[in-house]
Design a binder for this molecule. Structure first.
Ligand code: ZN
Ligand code: ZN
Ligand code: ZN
Length: 244
């Protein structure tokens, strides 16, 4: 946190240096899928050596999840051609307002805007033979999307899992789920709520994401139950996706 001198913000543990939330799914021979364009996308792509994005998928339109969208033009240059971009209707509305110059169809001097194909999420879909199942979540009062890819589920930015979404999470082996801090928060699960959700989904392993500086990495992991830990920037996990 800018200007903060707490133990987490001054920590020398690299796992306490957190950029904004995003994941990159690399399915060999099929597709490389980026979920959200975080404010820190440029730095994340440079650090992780990401050189290709076959499709972009959005969870919701909050600033920390969309503000790196302009970086997508570099992938257009590297790959040639437009990149399919999947989001629900409210998120598309936000993207078009926040990035009017990308989507207004007006040619600009110098060119340089991302070339993205608008794809509206209305149900399960496929990216280059990879099945993607949207999982509706509640982020405070805002309906947003988690995603299930095979036995893996990504559930960032949620404060409740609606009744109809629990069946979509059955049989998940690996999940990433929002856990902001210990104190309750109106739009994010706290640790206790995230642990309740993990217990109900019962995956083999769960990773917490979107932590605030209230949760230092090592000390928090030490008090979590077996199979649950904090994710960290650069974490790589092997998962099984479904063919579409
Ligand atoms: Zn701090
Ligand atoms: Zn959010
Ligand atoms: Zn967020």
């Amino acid at each position: 946190m800018i200007g903060c001198t707490c133990d987490t913000c001054r920590s020398t543990d690299p796992r306490d240096r957190r950029l904004r939330p995003s994941i990159y799914l690399d399915v060999p021979g099929r597709a490389r899928i980026l979920v959200d364009t975080s404010t820190d996308l440029r730095q994340q792509a440079l650090t992780a050596g990401i050189a290709r994005v076959d499709a972009l998928v959005y969870t919701h339109g909050h600033a920390d999840h969309i503000l790196g969208l302009d970086e997508m033009r570099r992938f257009n240059m590297l790959q040639g051609g437009t990149i399919p971009c999947y989001a629900d209707a409210p998120t598309w509305k936000t993207l078009k307002r926040a990035f009017f110059y990308v989507f207004d169809g007006v040619a600009r001097q110098g060119g340089g805007v991302p070339q993205l194909d608008e794809c509206e999420i209305v149900g399960p879909f496929a990216i280059e033979g990879v099945r993607v199942l949207p999982v509706p979540l509640l982020h405070g009062r805002l309906p947003i999307l988690g995603f299930r890819f095979g036995t893996f589920a990504y559930l960032t930015d949620c404060s409740a899992i609606p009744d109809d979404s629990w069946p979509l999470l059955e049989g998940a082996d690996t999940i990433v789920i929002d856990a902001l801090r210990d104190k309750p928060h109106p739009t994010h699960f706290n640790v206790a709520q995230a642990l309740d959700a993990v217990a109900r989904i019962a995956p083999r392993r769960a990773y917490f994401t979107h932590m605030a500086h209230d949760l230092p990495h090592a000390a928090t992991c030490a008090r979590l139950p077996r199979g649950v830990e904090l994710a960290y920037d650069g974490l790589i996990v092997d998962v099984d996706v479904d063919a579409a």
